[in-house]
Design a protein around this ligand. Structure first.
Ligand code: ADP
Ligand code: MG
Length: 280
């Protein structure tokens, strides 16, 4: 049932004078990532992202919020190694990344399941691609149980609700025990109740396992509920206009949303977004 945090924190060289901040290499370093899409069919180039610099500590839950089109997906895809930046680089555990890593799981807004494969065979797909199906067989069963789909492992995606299909996608990343989980509005297409339930489940699965999560959303309360740090992005070209710490305990239930502090943080983020004008 459990996902072991198979992680070692690499220590940076110690400072000569003891500094009050712990000098631990962040699991992810976003080092000046910028992206301009080259124009196609006679259209001009589109500057999607201004340089973004951010350190993501291991075990943190970081949400990125910003208006539609501000470059959230672009940034996430670059971090995932699926898209090349125009400039800058991403360091994963201190090493520059070149392409996707098996230590990073990615979840998109749609579950991206193969309709002719059962739940179990969809979750097994990455193992087949790695050429190590037997090695992962037990973990796949375990991950399907973990997301509450134990009774549906032989079902086809078309017989599952939208929420259940996203559970399959979640099982598919958790089965491979990622150190980092990159999520691009993963529950955005689900109804409010299902999304709430999925968010609770997500934190109860990733926090004990020490998985670092980067979660994109345009829903501010969702970001504050989930994250211990919220990166607020400006409209396109996107840049980080504020980093807001969320001081609640990692273990939260929905009641935290009644807290005055919760509302204050939501409004602080709103103000940061309001201060930004759409430039294009
Ligand atoms: P978000 O996820 O925040 O909605 P995106 O990262 O998808 O934003 O897009 C940022 C900007 O870059 C948008 O203006 C979008 O139209 C543009 N864009 C995204 N992908 C491409 C592409 N492949 N070619 C050209 N422009 C793109
Ligand atoms: Mg997007």
């Amino acid at each position: 049932m459990s996902v072991a945090p198979e992680r070692e924190l690499a220590s940076a060289p110690g400072p000569l004078v003891e500094s009050p901040r712990k000098s631990v290499t962040p699991i992810l370093k976003i080092d000046g990532i910028a992206k301009t899409y080259r124009g196609k069919h006679g259209q001009g180039a589109i500057e999607a992202l201004k340089p973004v610099r951010q350190d993501i500590p291991a075990g943190s839950f970081v949400a990125m919020v910003g208006p539609s089109g501000c470059g959230k997906t672009t940034l996430l895809n670059i971090i995932a190694g699926l898209l090349a930046p125009t400039s800058g680089r991403v360091l994963f555990e201190g090493e520059p990344m070149n392409g996707p890593s098996r230590d990073m799981g990615v979840m998109f807004q749609t579950p991206v399941l193969l309709p002719w494969r059962t739940v179990k065979d969809n979750v097994l797909l990455p193992a087949e691609i790695f050429g190590s199906k037997d090695e992962y067989a037990d973990r796949v069963v375990e991950a399907i149980d973990m997301v509450g789909l134990g009774d549906f492992s032989k079902a086809l995606p078309q017989h599952l609700s939208g929420g259940m299909q996203q559970r399959v996608a979640l099982a598919r990343v958790l089965a491979y025990r990622p150190k980092v989980l990159l999520m691009d509005e993963p529950f955005g297409a689900l109804d409010e109740f299902t999304r709430e339930a999925m968010n609770l489940e997500l934190t109860s699965l990733t926090r004990p396992a020490g998985i670092t999560v980067l979660f994109v959303t345009h829903n501010i309360p969702e970001a504050v509920f989930l994250a211990n740090k919220v990166l607020v992005m400006s409209p396109r070209p996107g840049r980080v206009v504020g980093v807001v710490d969320v001081p609640f305990e990692p273990e939260r239930d929905i009641e935290v949303m009644r807290d005055q502090k919760f509302t204050d943080i939501v409004f602080e983020i709103r103000e940061l977004l309001k201060g930004e004008e759409v430039t294009t």
